[in-house]
Design a protein around this ligand. Structure first.
Ligand code: TH1
Length: 839
């Protein structure tokens, strides 16, 4: 390699120079350079983390010219931009994804190997950024991937939590939580932009004043200022030059504020206050599908929303003289109600800071926002006590009251005879304590409201948001979720991906429907045999992982029956356990019974304060401990709980599954997205008619899906007529045997108390109707075992599931949002004289 000086009058950003070229030699040189200049290490003393970091910098450098060009393209054309506001982003590891999206996987592997290292080992060094809880956060990440791949101008906005979702370990079968210090070694993927910091105000009071024209105006006199510092992470599209930003905000104390306190001689008080400000972006709330009415959570929500809107308004005003047309340059999507305070904040900015009249401000606001609802669970709908709200955000509370006053006035005009309607629609829940209903604010302030699967949207219209649907049926849309095939097939399942590409070329990665062309080969024995080999290979890899981390030996020829997702009673991991104990009891009654070998694999985190979910984890481990070592079982049943399920562990798990457990009580799971990842990798689903399962079954074909259980309507009807779980217990001897086995202390070293809360909850309440669905589930599992033994039939079903999942690419979902909700178009980013195909 010869080095040449860059002529002074030339732009230093070039693609094919010593710094960012992509030949194996240049990559090796850059890798070594980064180790020395960024990490300050000689090869001889570098750790694996150092090598990972050096490689990460090498890839980031190769994203930068595209990234800067993308931003410049959006500026030059002043295009309409999608702003995705989300309190959570579960991006997954960046390195593997960058290698794939830049088409550099093979060359980097060679460069790393020629440097005497192993790429897979380096990839494992990257901490998985866990800035989210589960499906909602991961959906945001899949959407950003599709937005960049489809060349849509988009920015993700969220919070740069210093501690993401806790790390889960197992102690004596119980979940233990360890803080997630993901930034410990620094984060090579982010670039801080302190020059774009913004101020956010909290507390204080409002007052009336008269402006220079003598008009009455309102101003907010806040009590406290916090600074938001943006950290940008590149989001590269697959096979495009587009690299969109994910902009996450970190909270810091304002210096001006502290200066006064320092000078007043109150040094420690000032430092304490500084700490309090910085707490805002300290930690992710580890709850999924349950809100916590904590002050800090509301502060987090307002903090990132206020920062993001400042940024959006600033960008708009660079090319526009006023904000009356904000909706022409910005489409702001609210990922659930967590950022819904943005509606009041934009109104405040338009009214108080830009002097815009109410009607115009409201028109712009409604045209700019759209709201996605992700849950029907009544306890999951966010509401904030009016007291807390007024204390933290006094001006916003006034704005919300005024929105509500005008809204209810309209409703009264439209429906003069329906007084109870006003109470049901109000943004304020009345009672001994008043609350602000965030979903209602989101509905009135948006031009579009969507659910995340067909059934979910129907239930929103019929039930949760019924009254809003009656007012504005034209605002409601369904946008069935999707997942990115780049991470969830190409990166997770390279063997299957090579198989696909050898048959079809690489077009399927951007048009997943192309996989359906393989249907013509389904009767080819060679094709089917290769399919089985790929699945077996992936199962062997997972078996090795299980041996390494759990010390349990599992047979890759057994059925890999997997349930991975957050632990929640409505998701019914314990129904899966009832099936395991049923099989175990049958073996204990007759050790020679013919039972096809199964490996039951679980993974998922419980919210640290959710006692019942933690008890379910303990039960799974307790059952595993007994079943795995019972000689009567003869290895036919194995139960494994994999600790710390996250995106990276998901990438190992989905490709290895035979059976995907999607067994939530019908009507409770809004969509689910794990269900899609499993099916795309050739698993069959055993599932209820819930969320996106319904649509997966329609796509795969009814005959290729194991359906069981009550429908949402039947659940509702049974509840209404009075559901008595105890009757099922008494009438079903096998169910009774299972429950009695748990109650007897058989799985808890004779302790009859340990699982009593769980058993009692099932026997006397059974909110999620496990007992009602038990027999149907057991019968359906028998069908599964029979089908698996018919190898040809199973292979056929597996193939059809995988190749018919085109609908569940997030590219399809994002196209629908673009056309029907956001009204945005793609803008290709041109890199002069550069062709990614040729690189
Ligand atoms: C999930 C839903 O439970 C799941 O069914 C859906 O597929 C996913 O969102 C994406 O649409 C939700 N996650 C959360 C997290 C919080 C609050 C509500 C929901 S709903 C914190």
């Amino acid at each position: 390699m010869t080095q040449s000086l860059i002529p002074i009058n030339e732009c230093p950003i070039q693609i094919e120079d010593d710094r960012t070229g992509t030949s194996v030699e240049t990559l090796k040189r850059a890798f070594a350079d980064n180790l020395f200049y960024e990490l300050g290490k000689y090869e001889t003393i570098a750790t694996k983390e150092d090598f990972y970091m050096a490689l990460a910098y090498t890839l980031r450098d190769r994203l930068l010219s595209r990234w800067l060009k993308t931003v410049k393209t959006y500026e030059d054309h002043s295009v309409k931009i999608v702003y995705y506001l989300s309190a959570e982003f579960l991006m997954g590891r960046h390195l593997g994804n960058s290698l794939i999206n830049l088409h550099l996987y093979d060359r980097v592997r060679q460069a790393v190997e020629e440097s005497g290292l192993n790429l897979d080992e380096l990839l494992e060094q990257e901490p998985d950024p866990g800035l989210g809880n589960g499906g909602l956060g991961r959906l945001a990440a899949c959407f950003l991937d599709s937005l960049a791949t489809l060349e849509i101008p988009a920015v993700g906005y969220g919070i740069r939590y210093e501690f993401g979702i806790f790390h889960q370990t197992m102690q004596d079968g119980w979940q233990a939580e360890i803080p997630d210090k993901w930034l410990r070694f620094g984060n090579p993927w982010e670039i801080p932009r302190p020059e774009e910091s913004v101020e956010v105000k909290f507390g204080g009071h409002t007052e009336i004043y008269h402006d220079e024209k003598g008009r009455e105006r309102i101003r907010w006199i806040p009590a406290k200022t916090v600074i938001g510092i943006p950290y940008d992470t590149p989001v590269p599209g697959y096979d495009t030059n587009t690299v969109n930003p994910l902009r996450l905000w970190k909270a810091e104390a304002s210096d001006a504020f502290n200066f006064e306190a320092f000078n007043a001689g109150n040094y420690d008080g000032a430092v304490a206050d500084k700490m309090r400000s910085e707490t805002i972006s300290k930690v992710l709330y580890p709850n999924d599908n349950t809100p916590q009415g904590k002050q800090l959570r509301l502060e987090q929500q307002y903090f990132f929303v206020a920062c993001s809107l400042r940024d959006i308004v600033k960008r708009h005003l660079r090319h526009n003289s006023s904000l009356y047309n904000l909706n022409e340059t910005a489409a702001i999507q609210l990922n659930d109600t967590h950022p819904a305070i943005a509606i009041a904040e934009l109104m405040r900015v338009l009214l108080d800071e830009h002097g815009i009249d109410w009607d115009s401000a409201w028109r712009v606001t409604q045209k700019t926002f759209a709201y996605t609802n992700h849950t029907l669970l009544p306890e999951a709908l966010e509401k904030w006590s009016v007291g807390l709200f007024g204390y933290l955000l006094p001006r916003h509370l006034e704005v919300i009251y005024e929105i509500n006053r005008r809204f209810l006035e309209d409703v009264h005009r439209w429906y003069p005879d329906d007084d109870s309607l006003l109470g049901r629609l109000s943004l304020i829940e009345e009672g001994p304590e008043k609350f602000v209903r965030m979903a209602h604010l989101a509905c009135v302030g948006s031009h579009a409201i969507n659910g995340v699967a067909a059934l979910h949207t129907d239930l929103l219209k019929k039930d949760t948001l019924r009254d809003f649907y009656k007012l504005w049926p034209e605002k409601f849309f369904n946008k069935t979720n999707g997942v990115t095939p780049r991470r969830w097939i190409l990166l997770s399942n390279p063997t299957l991906s090579q198989f696909y590409s050898s048959k079809l070329g690489e077009g399927w990665l951007k048009d997943l429907d192309q996989l359906r062309q393989l249907e013509s080969q389904i009767d080819d024995p060679e094709f089917c045999e290769q399919w089985r080999q790929i699945k077996l290979y992936n199962k062997q890899l997972l078996a090795d992982y299980i041996w390494k981390f759990n010390g349990v030996e599992v047979d890759p020829h057994s059925i890999f029956d997997i349930q991975v997702k957050r632990i929640h009673e409505y998701k019914r991991q314990h129904l899966d356990v009832l099936h395991i104990i049923t099989l175990y009891n049958r073996i204990k009654q007759n050790p020679n019974i013919n039972i096809y070998p199964r490996t039951f694999i679980f993974g998922g985190k419980a919210a640290p304060g959710y006692f019942m979910a933690k008890l379910i984890i303990k039960l799974i481990n307790a059952v595993g401990e007994v079943v795995n070592k019972d000689p009567d079982v003869r290895g036919r049943l194995k139960v494994v709980f994999l600790a710390n399920f996250n995106a990276s562990l998901g990438q190992r798990i989905y490709p290895a599954a035979d059976l995907s457990e999607q067994i939530s009580t019908a009507g409770k799971e809004a969509s689910g997205t794990g269900n899609m990842k499993f099916a795309m990798n050739g698993s069959l689903t055993i599932g209820t008619l819930d969320g996106a399962n319904i649509e997966i079954r329609e796509e795969a074909g009814f005959e290729n899906f194991f359906l069981f259980g009550l429908t949402a309507e039947e659940v509702y009807a049974l509840k209404s007529k009075g559901y008595k779980p105890l009757d099922y217990y008494h009438r079903n001897p096998e169910l009774k045997g299972v429950i009695d086995r748990i109650s007897s202390g058989y799985f808890s070293h004779g302790n009859e108390e340990l699982f009593k809360p769980l058993v009692d909850s099932l026997m006397y309440h059974d909110e999620y109707m496990l007992f009602a669905d038990y027999q149907a589930y057991i019968d359906c599992q028998r069908q599964v075992s029979m089908a698996f033994q018919d190898t040809q039939k199973w292979t056929r079903m597996s193939i059809l599931n995988a190749i018919r999942m085109g609908k569940f690419s997030s590219d399809r979902t994002i196209r629908e949002y673009c056309n029907e909700i956001w009204n945005v178009k793609s803008i290709p980013v041109e890199m002069e004289g550069y062709n990614p195909e040729a690189a």
